[in-house]
Write a protein that binds this ligand. Structure first.
Ligand code: PEP
Ligand code: MG
Length: 950
């Protein structure tokens, strides 16, 4: 990191002109062994391009990128010229800050300098007497207080004061005004009531820049014997502009402001009310900066030169932060924009500036005078489908180029964007009787529509979801809760909406992803009823086949829309196990989910191409890309059909090595489907999902019946059953577990069932009774210590005495690194290992498998995981035991040859993957896979392994 230090300031320098000054600077740099003398040519060339005068008597000479080869070490030196040096014909400098930077570290220096330049320091710089004084002038932080529209949030759903804190801190964090620990210091005891339901809280730790965020709740909350509806959150440090802060507080203490705050709903209006900066509602364009060294002086100068040719105001922000004038060099530099960050330009309407937007975007794309490696090209080289609409978007600052692959296949078509509905309704109703009637009619209407969907639907999965929706609408508890709201004089719409939102929030709060994602179902039915109550028309569907773009797609949305017209689905939120994803898969519609809110800002006339296999998408793809996609889609269809024709043939490599292909199932009824898709066994029966299909804990009898069903459907094929893997992250409603700080590291899997031995015993008995001498394999999940395995085995041995089983193997899941490392010991005692790569990757790489941002980095092909698999396989084979893989990696086409080469004996995967993986294995050569696997073990990253496989 470059820092400005007094010992690097050279006072009392003299130069007759700029050339002499540059020579003087080079002498300093050479003497300090930062550069070789040739760097002078770089400084001169740079000055030729455009003078490096920054303002306030300061210049920042630095070499061209080509002259970087003369830099020995990155550094910065300062020279004070008390008599001044004419720098660019009209401006005289007194201080030169010469930079020798191998990469873009100089942006930090520029940011420091531009902060100083926001004040009038010319005279101070000129008359400075000591190096300390110079540094003090440059580093003096101007006092400030950031408060703008983006820091105000209205209509926020909050349930307690912590929710207020969380939302307020999030706003500050998003704008990079505070560091992540900021919220930790906010204590409800320190809140101060400003007036009525307006409160404030402040924190001084983790503050990067003084700022204020404002959160207004949907409804007032009872708090400390009073109510709170709006929270002012102050992030203060010694740079706080106290004058501005006092002005803000004066405003907030005015009684009429409190009243206006109560009625104002938009953040823009509240911003105006409290004197915060507002974001003009001007035409905007966004683009990702591709310049390797960020928006440093030269490209910034080019931008200023361009924007100044227009009369209208043009402003720019980085990654959704504050807007600054795009005509001011110092303001542009103060943004510190780096490659990959999003610049958003706004232009004053009804002026020539609006025409400027096109030109500015073009200039930025062309590199602002620098050669740029387009971010687009980089993405393309990493992927088959160019997923980089990032390079240019309208009205969007948040579009991410890649979401989560949720349903396989390629699709393209015009964007059909359905934005979250905003319902308008009166908070209070007419009379209890009328509101109750309205609610009843609305629920009845929705139920009728759902019945029609069920009648029309050909997919069993979708029917089941709709049946669940009907059940939700019939839930007496739900109706009772809404009636409570009606009893408090709320309108039917208000009571319904508030309760549904509360219930959905509670559902979302569940740590188990599967259960949490059911919140979408609640909101789905919630919106349907609300739409009837508020008389909201349904959105019209386009005539031709389109890409449906939504915040989240409720199952009802997909099914209601014409399947033949929904070519693909792209959502802002959601995970691959969300119901929308399940429905999309059931209908065979390619889907990319969780792509960020920016997708809702895609131009409604744009064509969108999505790749449901890797989660990438492209806005306005080239004709060539579409042609490729059509070819690829046809190829995929033929390949799948061909693979399905041979699904029942074994998976044998060309050099005659056979591997068992099994299915992962969570629903007992799926067993038959697995067999019909070519499964040679069930390699993982997730019994916790079987449990979840029952409303109360299934007793031994019910369990036995379920397991019997699976074994019957398998007709002699082996069944690998995993004992209950519930715990903090996968709660069963009827198995309460205390809340844990880190559920993934808490009471889970075998750790839980060993503490509830009766539960385990009952499950084991049900399994043994159902087996009837058919091939049964029992395995214990989440084993991390040898003692756990032995304790579980002891319970099984005890049960076996009463319920002997002739065709039983007992093993463990390898999902915890400690178990993989102890495989040589465990292999002596178990009959088999089944490696759960989902959890093994999570625990090895310390990345939450459901993390919205990081989970993509948790790649099971990381060499660290492969080394653990290798160790496990070696240990098992040395003891004549077999090893399966039952995590998602087993069906990853790039992983299949590597896993085979490592010697695993079985691959267990989702049913639909079976035919394709079998077909792939038939094209592989086992000896080559072994060689490949050995090379993969030596790679340094998952990317390297994937490249190797390619
Ligand atoms: C795994 O962790 O890889 C696994 C198969 O178990 P689950 O995904 O059910 O946790
Ligand atoms: Mg697991």
């Amino acid at each position: 990191m470059l820092v400005l230090e007094p010992q690097h300031v050279h006072m009392h320098q003299h130069a007759g002109d700029k050339a002499e000054a540059l020579q003087c600077l080079i002498n300093i740099l050479v003497e300090d062994q930062l550069v070789t003398p040739e760097y002078l040519s770089g400084l001169e060339a740079r000055e030729q391009q455009s003078a490096t005068y920054l303002g306030q008597g300061i210049a920042i000479p630095h070499g061209t990128p080509q002259s970087r080869e003369y830099i020995l070490k990155t550094g910065v030196r300062l020279a004070h010229f008390p008599e001044g040096v004419v720098w660019d014909g009209e401006n005289t400098i007194y201080l030169a800050v010469v930079i020798a930077a191998k990469s873009d570290e100089h942006l930090q220096v520029l940011q420091i300098l531009t902060r100083a330049l926001s004040k009038d320091v010319n005279e101070q710089v000129k008359s400075a007497q000591s190096s300390e004084q110079i540094i003090e002038i440059l580093q003096a932080q101007p006092h400030s207080l950031v408060l703008h529209e983006n820091l105000i949030q209205t209509d926020t759903f909050v349930e307690d004061i912590e929710d207020f804190f969380w939302n307020a801190s999030k706003l500050l964090k998003q704008q990079k005004l505070v560091d992540p620990g900021f919220i930790s210091q906010l204590d409800p005891q320190n809140t101060i009531q400003i007036q009525d339901d307006l409160w404030s809280i402040s924190g001084t730790g983790y503050v990067k820049q003084p700022a204020v965020s404002i959160v207004k709740a949907q409804q007032p909350l009872t708090f400390q014997g009073s109510t709170i509806k709006t929270l002012i959150c102050i992030a203060a440090n010694e740079q706080l502009d106290t004058d501005q802060f006092n002005r803000l507080m004066d405003v907030l203490f005015q009684p009429q402001v409190q009243q206006q705050l109560e009625t104002e709903q938009s953040s823009n209006e509240i911003a105006k009310l409290v004197g915060a900066e507002t974001i003009p509602d001007w035409p905007s364009r966004s683009i990702v900066l591709a310049n390797a060294h960020g928006l440093h002086a030269r490209p910034a100068t080019q931008m200023v030169n361009l924007t100044k040719t227009f009369n209208g105001d043009i402003q720019v922000s980085v990654d959704g932060g504050s807007f600054v004038s795009a005509k001011s060099l110092t303001k542009l530099l103060s943004l510190g924009c780096q490659r990959g960050q999003m610049l958003t330009f706004i232009a004053e309407p009804n002026t020539d500036a609006t025409d400027a937007l096109e030109q500015i975007i073009l200039a930025v794309r062309q590199g602002l005078g620098e050669e740029v490696e387009a971010i687009e090209d980089q993405l393309t080289s990493n992927s088959s489908l160019n997923g980089s609409q990032l390079i240019e978007e309208t009205d969007s600052v948040e579009i991410s180029h890649c979401g989560i692959a949720a349903s396989a296949g390629l699709a393209f078509g015009p964007a059909h964007i359905i934005k979250p509905k905003k319902f308008n309704y009166d908070r209070f109703g007419q009379s209890l009787k009328t509101e109750k009637e309205k609610l009843e009619i609305a629920i009845h209407t929705v139920k009728n529509t759902i019945h029609q969907f069920i009648a029309k639907s050909t997919s069993k999965d979708i029917k089941q979801i709709f049946l669940a929706h009907l059940e939700m609408l019939d839930d007496p508890d739900l109706i009772k809760q809404v009636h409570q709201g009606l009893n408090h004089n709320l309108s039917a719409a208000a009571a319904w909406h508030e309760h549904i939102e509360k219930a959905a929030k509670a559902q979302e709060g569940l740590k188990d992803k599967l259960l949490a994602e059911r919140a979408a179902d609640l909101r789905d039915i919630g919106d349907k009823v609300l739409a009837v109550l508020c008389n909201e028309p349904e959105v019209e569907e386009p005539e031709q086949s389109y890409i449906l773009i939504m915040h989240d797609v409720g199952p009802g949305d997909v099914a209601r829309l014409n399947k033949d017209r929904v070519a693909g689905i792209l959502t802002a939120v959601g995970g691959s196990s969300a119901h929308s994803a399940i429905v999309a898969r059931a209908l065979g519609i390619p889907a990319v989910v969780g792509a960020g809110d920016g997708v809702l800002n895609i131009d409604p006339h744009a064509v969108v191409l999505i790749n449901g296999d890797n989660g990438e998408f492209e806005v306005n793809p080239s004709a060539e890309l579409i042609e490729n996609a059509i070819r690829e889609r046809e190829y995929q269809r033929l390949r799948r059909e061909e693979a399905e024709r041979h699904a029942h043939e074994p998976a044998i490599t060309v050099d005659q090595h056979q591997i068992e292909i099994a299915a992962n199932v969570g629903k007992i009824l799926d067993t038959a489907k697995a067999v019909s898709h070519g499964a040679e066994a069930i390699g993982l029966l997730r019994t916790e999902l079987v449990f979840m299909s029952h409303n109360s804990a299934p007793d031994e009898k019910v369990q036995e019946k379920d397991y019997r069903h699976v074994l019957d459907a398998l007709a002699g094929r082996p069944l690998v059953v995993r004992t209950l893997d519930v715990g903090g992250d996968k709660p069963l409603p009827y198995l309460p577990i205390a809340t844990e700080e880190n559920p993934f590291l808490g009471l889970r899997g075998i750790r839980l069932t060993l503490r509830r031995p009766n539960l385990l015993r009952q499950q084991l008995i049900a399994l043994l009774k159902a087996a009837d001498n058919r091939p049964l394999r029992i395995m214990f999940p989440m084993v991390g210590r040898v003692e756990e395995w032995r304790a579980a085995r002891a319970i099984l041995d005890e049960v076996l005495q009463q319920y002997p089983c002739s065709n039983l193997e007992v093993g463990i899941m390898i999902e915890v690194p400690s178990a993989a490392l102890l495989a040589p010991i465990l292999a002596k005692e178990v009959d088999f290992f089944s490696i759960g790569t989902n959890d093994l990757t999570q625990y090895t790489m310390a990345i939450d498998r459901g993390h919205p941002i990081l989970s993509a980095e948790a790649d099971g092909l990381h060499p660290s995981i492969l080394l653990l698999i290798d160790q496990t396989v070696r240990a098992a084979h040395a003891n004549n035991k077999w090893v399966g893989i039952c995590g998602e990696l087993a069906a990853d086409p790039k992983a299949v040859p590597v896993l085979m080469g490592l010697g695993v004996d079985e691959l267990s995967m989702s049913i639909t993957s079976i035919p394709l993986v079998k077909a792939q294995i038939r094209t592989l050569n086992y000896a080559a896979c072994q060689e490949l696997a050995q090379k993969a073990l030596l790679c340094d990253s998952a990317t390297a392994v994937r490249t190797l496989v390619e």
